[in-house]
Design a protein around this ligand. Sequence first.
Ligand code: S3P
Length: 184
Amino acid sequence: MNRNLVLIGFMGAGKSTVGRACARDLGFAFRDSDAAIEQRAGKPISDIFADDGEAAFRELETATVHSLARRSRTVLATGGGVVLDPTNVAALRETGVVILLWADTETVLARTSRRSTRPLLAGSAGPRARIESLLAQREPLYSAAADAVVDTTGLPRREVVDRVLAVYRRVSCERSPPKPETVG
Ligand code: S3P
């Protein structure tokens, strides 16, 4: 059976771009949980946070992730906070190989400063302090949720994609080893 490939990791780790390329190579569908949440809510994530608050966003995220996890032959890019709810992690792990895309603070800072669509980084302390504190809080959750980690720091995107695909194939095989050949 083809398990899904699930990418988790902090904002700016490259989950969507890497996920899209992996889906192309595997011949799988691609889904982005943030995009699916925006579709359900009928508005951008920054508006969901501003109008309804983070708790409402997390509820939508959980409903969306549970429904996406039921798909098959899908590469799924998740939002950086997906690991905050253990039921999300359980649902994703049931049908998928979960790979953590890791990036250091500098990389996250550089990648997230290009767009201002991330409400969690908008606080008064400035993005670096916010990133450091969220990373420290979430690192153990990411590690516990992941089957494997790919450190993207300093790597070109194609290299990250190749590493993710290699890890995905290895873990998929370990989870469901090929049937022994029948002789005769
Ligand atoms: C969040 C990450 C965002 C988005 C929301 C909350 C988080 O997704 O889900 O702004 O809690 O880290 P990306 O990781 O795709 O930026």
